[in-house]
Design a protein around this ligand. Sequence first.
Ligand SMILES: *[C@@H]1O[C@H](CO)[C@@H](O)[C@H](O)[C@H]1NC(C)=O
Ligand SMILES: *[C@@H]1O[C@H](CO)[C@@H](O)[C@H](O)[C@H]1NC(C)=O
Ligand SMILES: *[C@@H]1O[C@H](CO)[C@@H](O)[C@H](O)[C@H]1NC(C)=O
Length: 196
Amino acid sequence: MVMASILSRIVSIDLLPILLFFNIFVDGTKPYYHQKYFSKEKLTHLHFYFHDSMSPTNFTVVQVAAAPRRNGSTAMVNSITEFGSVMISDDPLTETPDPSSKVVGRAQGLSSSVSQSDTTILMAFNLVFTTGKFNGSTISILGRNSIYASKVREMPVVGGSGVFRFARGYVLMKTYALDVKNLRATVEYDVYVWHY
Ligand SMILES: *[C@@H]1O[C@H](CO)[C@@H](O)[C@H](O)[C@H]1NC(C)=O
Ligand SMILES: *[C@@H]1O[C@H](CO)[C@@H](O)[C@H](O)[C@H]1NC(C)=O
Ligand SMILES: *[C@@H]1O[C@H](CO)[C@@H](O)[C@H](O)[C@H]1NC(C)=O
C-alpha cells in the first residue's frame, strides 16, 4: 500500500510530462492507454451509513491495547475515551441508517485515542466496497476525529485502489444515532473523492 502509493507518485510526477509530450506531439490523434488513464479525472460522491458496535455479544470493534492505568481496568466500555487505547474495527456500511439495509461495504481499520482532554481519535481506515461498479475497490482514510466536539467531522481521503486509484478527497462524518446502553453507534458518511 505504502510502496504502491510511493510508486504511483513517482510515476505520476516523473512520467507525466513525458506521457503528455508523447500524446500531444507524437501520438496526438491516437488515444492510447496512458492518455486515457490520465485524462478523465472525476468527482464521485458516496453516501452510506457506518455501524459500530462494542456490544460484548455482537461486536464490530475490539480493543487491542490500552495504556497502563493505576486501577488496572481495561473495560471496553471506557476505552474509546481513554488516551492511549487502540481499537480495531470491521464495521458494516449500509445504504440506509437501518443496520439491516443493503450492505455496500465495510470499514476496516484502526482507531486510537490521541487526546488527553477530550474524545479525539486518530482514524486509519480502509473502506472496501462490495457491490456494483465499486466492488473490490477501496478508499483509504487517515484523519483526526473529535467525536463529540463537532457535529460534522472531516477526514482526508489519502488514497485508494481499483476504481479509486489516485484517490484524493475528504469524508464528512455525522453521528446519526448513539445507543450508549447497547454500545452502538451509527454514523452517516459523505465521501467526496477525485479519481480517474
Ligand atoms: C449483530 O449485529 C448485526 C449488525 O450490526 C446484525 O445484523 C445482527 O443481526 C446482529 N446479531 C445478533 C446475534 O444480534
Ligand atoms: C479507573 O480509572 C479510570 C480512569 O482514570 C476511571 O474513570 C475509573 O472510574 C476508574 N475505575 C475504578 C473502578 O476506579
Ligand atoms: C464482488 O466481487 C467478488 C470478487 O470478485 C465476487 O465474488 C462477488 O460476487 C462480487 N459481488 C457483487 C455484488 O458483485
